[in-house]
Design a protein around this ligand. Sequence first.
Ligand code: PGA
Length: 249
Amino acid sequence: MRKKIVAGNWKMNHDLAQTEMFLVDLKKQVLPEEVTVMIAPAFTNLNHAFNSLREHPVTVAAQNMHQNNNGAFTGEVSAEMLKSLGVETVIIGHSERRAQFNETNEILSEKVKTAIANKMTVIFCVGEELEERKQNNHLKLIESQLTEGVFQQPETAWKNIVIAYEPVWAIGTGETATPQQAQEMHQHIRTVIANKYSKSTANDVSILYGGSVKPNNASEIFNQPDVDGGLIGGASLEVESFMKIVNAF
Ligand code: PGA
């Protein structure tokens, strides 16, 4: 079933004390029942966040994981390790991972495979650079990121896959896609999924928008028919702004 989701991607922000401060404040908030609220703290704070939120309807997600379940991969964290904490949701393919850590579609496809095999929910990110949009290549590019990254999965896996469309030029820049640009791409993503799998799978998948979503622009983006919520960076670091976005539907 298609869900409304607001997920906070904290990136490399908030140490343990800051995480705790956020959690104390978050737990005082009344969350709308129809929205799935997620936060993705750093690996070092996942255990604390997960345990702290046990009684609260907030999903704790990881920002990344390795494609192997264990082995000689110094500095990496596996799906099994995340699951052992209780963490069952993972962001895969964020553009910062693609650009700064050389994560190719091929590697991302392996990560998705491992996450799904471990019965995790995947938030799979796609997004084009400004140059690709200027060359009018953005629709094709997103299609190929989906084809190479997630279309190896059987249709049944899609109940555990969420797509996040994050135009690279809008991330952390203060520049957002217009609601029309977001809607065009989200509709395109749904069409591509329908062509590969089925209309019902395409209709059921939640597609989030990410890229400078703020309290003042969240509503108009979330109101688009094919936008099911957001993956929020900067504005997810403070409870006040995060909650405004959670309540923006
Ligand atoms: P931003 O980041 O909201 O700070 O632009 C979004 C993201 O990278 O997920």
